[in-house]
Write a protein that binds this ligand. Structure first.
Ligand code: BGC
Length: 736
């Protein structure tokens, strides 16, 4: 009897202990995220809620310490994890454990046309963010390439909404597989840096929906991005960070976005609109931190004390702050409070390999007359490398994407390492652009050279003359006014008298390769005098190694241009008819839908190098395309097949592109638009048949009067080719 009593007592004791230890709902991950959110919200004070929705430091916002809810930590983005900066100042914090792997710029990723590499990129950079305990990565960027002058094009994925969409989705998914949110930026219409804080963009609904929004939409709907960043500029007169149309109607209303909307740093401009017009978190409004002395300046943000006072006086309903906090708590439960997320890794050899693979697949061989490339060490004994970009660090500069990289292999070092003792490598500077770069207190090596352009050209010409092979490495850099945030380029030309230098080199040595390092198209007045040209982007830590392996043929180039290289600026719609960079604060996208190749097609303008162009060291022959049916019904798909054969001597990858044109429509449409592509590996003599499936969605355009996507019955043409202009085979069909 006694024994039974003791057991009963013990049982009761255990039961009461468990009840006491029962997890509150918000900590219980057997509950749904929505249940946890409501529970956490019900425990928070008004002050705690308001603290959560604005910055507490340059890159963080408060958690709820009392409840054990962690802070949110953001990091740039999008090419590597930014060095730690001070709490309330942009200066570098001086940590010694924050040197990251620098991945290639997003233009390079887009140039791979390889969604698997976008997944690898996202996964790898997400691991780096996770290791550094950041739960939001400020990237990727998917603003459409509208003008080659935009200083930030290098952070984006090119001119085509379909290509950018296909590449952004796996990037986002890869990042988020680490329990780190991708913050897709800059939503929306941030297509230039000049006047970015003020310019009001006027764009037709068709261009908005068909060109400028699809990549964001794909990131949200398919990629399920957990965060998005509002842009600095205005649309319909409202700043994009507090924009009823973009944030409330489109993002939340049409796309059902359930993530968090983060302002660009300093993108919020008043309290009233920020309360009601879609922003959840305010960052960077004043960046002088504690400088004002009396109170923490972060408390003075539009969504800090001013908002709190409105809530306390009940001039604004508590539900308005709850809406924002819910989105932030959702972020927290998806990231920091997800106890199953992985731990990440940082600056590892694996990440170096990923960076290199992406770099190698993104480099574009633009021209290769007489098969000058790859460089053959059996015949070449003396190689002259010329140009500042051969020795310049490119991971530093460019604005917020600037990095403190663990290492960066310069092109010259990459070439020297690869060639070793098999040939002599000599170097001449050729031109002087910028001697040092410094950002966030991270400084590049000093490459000051005080010689005049004439002296530099004379020396370089002499060096080139005495070599049997010349590799010029120039282009742009990450300084203000080049590929850099905050400003645009002044013109399409190469800076620092490089054109004169290249022409001089072409005169003394016919074996000249020009390597352009840039994130933008540049003019090439010497294009006919130079046999081989490469677009090599900003490639990050593995830059020199990747470039060397392309130059020497270890890796067969397989990148293709994600944007058009125009001959001249007026060949670009934004410059021909659009009033770039705007007048009196207003900018009209008069070229409408016709960004990039759509403009060239429509006006029959020959590009210097067209969208989708890129050569290989082997050749691909396309057979005749066939189509499963000559007619398409509304709920049917059509299959188009095309055989492609490697008829050259090297294994290589080809990007087969499929464009569709609507032969007749009530509203004007582009001649053709990219709707599918496939990157395939082929060994010599190997042939593969590629299968593309197209559906009704691929035929639709946005009807701005009906405010919906429609496909009109009639004839469509399918163009299959190696670029937007190199069309190899066509089929047509009719939509019934
Ligand atoms: C940039 C953003 C960046 C943020 C934080 C802004 O100036 O526009 O892209 O993420 O700063 O550094």
């Amino acid at each position: 009897m006694k024994k039974i009593q003791i057991i009963l007592f013990l049982n009761l004791f255990v039961i009461s202990l468990t009840a006491q230890n029962k997890l509150p709902v918000y900590l219980d991950d057997s509950k749904t995220i929505e249940e946890r959110i409501e529970d956490a919200l019900s425990r928070m004070t008004l002050e705690e809620k308001v603290k959560m929705i604005h910055a507490q430091s340059q890159f963080s916002s408060a958690g709820v310490p009392r409840l054990g809810i962690p802070e949110n930590w953001m990091t740039d983005g999008p090419h590597g994890i930014r060095a730690e900066v001070l709490w309330d100042d942009w200066g570098q914090a001086g940590w010694t454990n924050d040197s990251c792997m620098a991945f290639p710029a997003l233009t390079c990723l887009a140039a791979t046309w390889n969604p698997q590499l976008a997944a690898l990129y996202g996964k790898s950079i997400g691991e780096e963010a996770r290791y550094r305990n950041k739960n939001v990565l400020l990237g990727p960027g998917v603003n459409i390439y509208r003008t080659p002058l935009n200083g930030r094009n290098f952070e984006y994925m090119g001119e085509d909404p379909f290509l950018a969409s296909r590449m952004v989705v796996p990037y986002v998914q890869g990042v988020q597989s680490n329990g780190v949110a991708a913050c897709v930026k800059h939503f929306a219409l941030n297509n230039q840096e000049i006047d970015r804080h003020t310019v009001n963009v006027n764009v037709s609904d068709r261009a908005l929906y068909e060109i400028y929004l699809p990549a964001f939409k794909a990131a949200v709907i398919e990629g399920k991005a957990w965060a998005i960043m509002g842009a600095y500029n205005r649309y319909k007169g409202q700043w994009c960070c507090q924009n009823e149309y973009l944030l409330n109607n489109i993002l939340r209303g049409e796309w059902n976005f359930d993530g968090v909307v983060i302002s660009d740093w300093g993108g919020v401009n008043n309290t009233e609109q920020a309360i009601y017009q879609g922003i959840d978190m305010e960052f960077g409004t004043w960046t002088d931190g504690l400088a004002s002395g009396k109170r923490n300046v972060f408390d003075q943000y539009y969504l800090a004390t001013p908002f709190l006072e409105l809530l306390q006086s009940q001039k604004v309903k508590e539900e308005e702050v709850n809406k924002k906090v819910r989105n932030i708590l959702r972020l927290v439960f998806r990231t920091t409070m997800n106890r199953h997320r992985p731990f990440g890794s940082f600056a590892t050899p694996e990440h170096g390999l990923a960076a290199r693979q992406i770099a190698e697949e993104g480099i574009v061989l633009l021209q290769n007359k007489n098969n000058l490339l790859p460089l053959d060490l059996n015949t070449v004994k003396k190689v002259a490398v010329i140009g500042e970009n051969a020795v310049k660090m490119m991971t530093i500069g460019g604005g917020s994407s600037s990095l403190k990289a663990k290492y960066e292999i310069s092109p010259l070092d990459g070439i020297r390492n690869r060639i070793g003792s098999k040939a002599e490598v000599v170097y001449a500077r050729g031109y002087v652009g910028e001697a040092t770069a410094i950002q966030d207190g991270v400084k590049s090596s000093d490459i000051t050279d005080n010689r005049s352009p004439e002296e530099l050209i004379a020396e370089a010409s002499q060096v080139a003359k005495e070599a049997d092979y010349v590799i010029f490495i120039g282009g742009l850099n990450k300084h203000d006014g080049q590929d850099s945030e905050g400003n645009d380029r002044a013109n399409l030309e190469l800076p620092y008298k490089q054109d004169a230098l290249i022409s001089a080199l072409a005169k003394v040595n016919k074996n000249l390769v020009v390597v352009i390092i840039s994130g933008n198209a540049v003019a090439m007045p010497w294009v006919n005098d130079v046999p081989a040209i490469i677009e090599s982007w900003y490639l990050g830590s593995e830059a020199g190694n990747a470039l060397a392996s392309i130059l020497l043929g270890d890796c067969n180039p397989s990148g293709k241009l994600p944007f058009t290289f125009p001959v001249k600026l007026t060949d670009v719609g934004a410059h021909a008819v659009g009033d770039y960079p705007g007048k009196n604060g207003e900018e009209n996208y008069k070229e409408d839908l016709f960004a990039g190749y759509r403009w060239n097609d429509r006006n029959k303008i020959k590009a210097l190098f067209p969208f989708g162009h890129g050569l290989s060291y082997t050749q691909f022959t396309y057979g005749k395309a066939s189509i499963s049916n000559k007619f398409m019904q509304e709920n049917e798909t059509l299959t188009i097949t095309v055989p492609v054969k490697n008829t050259g001597k090297k294994t290589g990858k080809e990007i087969v592109q499929l464009y569709i044109g609507d032969e007749k429509s009530t509203l004007e449409r582009p001649v053709k638009e990219l709707k599918s592509f496939e990157k395939i590996l082929l060994h010599p003599e190997e042939e593969k048949t590629i299968e593309f499936v197209i559906s009704l969605n691929d035929l639709k355009f946005y009807d701005d009067e009906k405010r919906t996507w429609i496909a009109e019955p009639g004839k469509f043409k399918v163009y299959i080719g190696a670029s937007s202009t190199d069309i190899r085979t066509m089929v047509d069909f009719e939509l019934k």
